[in-house]
Design a protein around this ligand. Structure first.
Ligand code: ADP
Ligand code: MG
Ligand code: MG
Length: 250
């Protein structure tokens, strides 16, 4: 069973400490929502786990099934079963969605899928997400709308079948129909109960469709409150303010 363990993680960007001791465990079958105000360091956590070079790990550990993720290359992280959907995906001119997905699937599975099998699998996953088949030939992230970027993230999730997925602001910029399609995708991914999800979000609305088992409130670079899905309801009605104050004094 997959487990992602974040232990006392400290991260700095340009010598400024952003994460100040984050502890969080995500086990297979669990969905965790990490919620917090803008600038509290949520994306920094995602980038640090992803191995972005700008983010210096100054203390702590990130383990996937007991193996140190921080010592892995970005490719090794993906092969180990970690999926990280970034809030601002990069454009890759000249690489089509289809080529990108086949390369990613090959890297993660350790062998290239047969072209016909792959095409069939991709078409099925795209149909599930109500993505136009022509999308496969588009250049990666080039001119993608917010909704297309998010659907593409979930398409990757369905194709790569990671053990643990970290989704950063997967809900931002989506209209209600797209939000439902994306949420259904996340729910399909959770279905088997063998995968873990860390859903990072500022807003509570995606949590109406993707019910988290645990909610963590993030403020000033650390978790300041934890609870079940009722905590998201409390945040919706009362906002972050009382937790932000707790974070500032702690
Ligand atoms: P959130 O995702 O919760 O809105 P971020 O992790 O994006 O928060 O940002 C947390 C803090 O870290 C902010 O003060 C932000 O300015 C700073 N920060 C994050 N990434 C960078 C970066 N690449 N360069 C400089 N500062 C950064
Ligand atoms: Mg803050
Ligand atoms: Mg962010």
């Amino acid at each position: 069973m997959a487990t992602l363990e974040i232990r006392d993680l400290h991260v700095s960007v340009e010598d400024k400490e952003i994460l100040r001791g984050v502890d969080l465990n995500v086990r297979a079958g669990e969905t965790h929502a990490l919620m917090g105000p803008n600038g509290s360091g949520k994306s920094t956590l995602a980038y640090a786990i992803a191995g972005h070079p700008k983010y210096d790990i100054t203390g702590g550990e990130v383990l996937l099934d007991g193996e140190s993720v921080l010592e892995m290359t970005v490719d090794e992280r993906a092969r180990a079963g970690l999926f990280l959907a970034m809030q601002y995906p990069v454009e890759v001119p000249g690489v089509s969605v289809s080529n990108f997905l086949r390369t990613a699937v090959t890297a993660v599975r350790g062998e290239a899928p047969k072209l016909r099998d792959f095409a069939k699998e991709m078409r099925g996953a795209m149909a599930d997400l109500q993505i136009d088949p022509a999308f496969a030939q588009r250049n990666l992230n080039e001119g993608f709308s917010g909704g297309e970027k998010k659907r593409h993230e979930i398409l990757q999730l369905e194709m790569l079948k990671p053990k643990v997925a970290v989704l950063d602001e997967t809900d931002s910029g989506l209209d209600i129909d797209a939000l439902k399609v994306v949420s259904e995708g996340v729910n399909r991914f959770r279905e088997g109960g063998e995968t873990g999800v860390l859903l990072i979000t500022h807003y509570t609305r995606i949590l109406r469709y993707v019910k988290p088992d645990y909610v963590h409130v993030f403020s000033a670079g650390r978790v300041v409150e934890e609870g079940g899905s009722e905590l998201a309801d409390l945040l919706e009605s009362e906002g972050y303010e009382k937790f932000t104050k707790a974070g500032a004094s702690g």
